[in-house]
Design a protein around this ligand. Structure first.
Ligand code: P6P
Length: 284
């Protein structure tokens, strides 16, 4: 059993500081762009600095990869864990007072789907909640008035759900994807999409099921969401919560990584909804 306590405590400490930053920090744009070409908000950079400074004091962390930085950072030669993180996913949503989140993928030996051993995300919404997955269970924690993280319950998906959360630019969807989304709505699924993958996926997990999709499309054939610090962490969570996570055919954790900022088309959901995806994506 891996000892992740030091890392979890570091994430809790960083999250309390990031919560304060969201509420009171400078929300302007910086002059910089990240590796994916997104203009970085001052919140992105400030959140990244908080996390990196705290991780630098954790001896078990060997390397880190951040959405906000081009290269791998080397922390402790004798460290055991590699962490890829998105410090504040969907940060532009703060300006319209919508929920945002931090995502952490914890790896051993190498940054790829096969080597992820745990994932954590923190959602900054009306409440601050943290979800921790060690590959065996998915646990929900909620921040209390004294900034402690109280265990609430384990999260398990039902075999089917009601939420359909379709990402990507609709006018760029491939015909088979468009048909799948439209048929799901005809079958009574309920639309839920905020533009923030952390709250959108948290909603599905807490409501017991449904489908979140960010497919390849004509504008982004390999999708938009980043493998190491967005796709793989949530894939581990959904597969551990008795749902599934695929690229249209196979497990997302089998998708090869050639660069630390690679993206992947991704589908996360309950088993019935993932079967629907496989049907529409068969032989594509
Ligand atoms: P679109 C936020 O920028 C993000 O990376 C994810 O949190 C979210 O799911 C996706 O992009 C939204 O992308 O193209 O729908 O705005």
């Amino acid at each position: 059993m891996d000892n992740l306590n030091d890392i979890l405590e570091a994430i809790k400490t960083a999250s309390i500081q990031i919560q304060h930053l969201i509420a009171h920090g400078d929300k302007g744009k910086s002059e910089q762009q990240n590796s994916t070409g997104d203009t970085q908000l001052k919140l992105d950079i400030a959140s990244d600095v908080i996390i990196e400074d705290i991780f630098a004091s954790v001896p078990s962390i060997k390397q880190i990869v951040s959405e906000e930085q081009d290269e791998i950072k080397y922390l402790h030669d004798n460290g055991e864990y590699l962490i890829a993180y998105d410090p504040l996913d969907g940060s532009s949503l703060v300006d319209v007072n919508l929920a945002v989140g931090s995502i952490y993928g914890i790896y051993k030996n190498d940054f790829n789907g096969a080597n992820i051993i745990a994932s954590v995300y923190v959602v900054f919404g009306p409440r601050v909640e943290m979800v921790v997955c060690d590959g065996k269970k998915v646990e929900l924690f909620r921040v209390q008035s004294d900034n402690s993280f109280k265990y609430i319950k384990d999260l398990v998906l039902n075999q089917t759900g009601k939420i359909n959360s379709p990402g990507s630019t609709q006018q760029c969807w491939y015909p088979h994807h468009k048909a799948m989304i439209e048929d799901m709505f005809k079958d009574g699924y309920i639309l839920s999409y905020s533009g923030g993958m952390v709250p959108d996926l948290h909603h599905i997990l807490l409501n017991g099921g449904g489908l979140f999709s960010y497919p390849g499309a004509t504008d982004k054939p390999k999708g938009k969401l980043r493998q190491l610090f967005e796709v793989f962490p949530f894939a581990l969570i959904f597969q551990t919560a008795k749902g599934d996570a695929i690229d249209g055919q196979k497990s997302l954790l089998e998708v090869p990584t050639t660069h630390i900022h690679d993206t992947a088309p991704c589908f996360f959901g309950s088993n019935k909804e993932i079967d629907i995806v496989k049907k529409y994506y068969a032989k594509r």
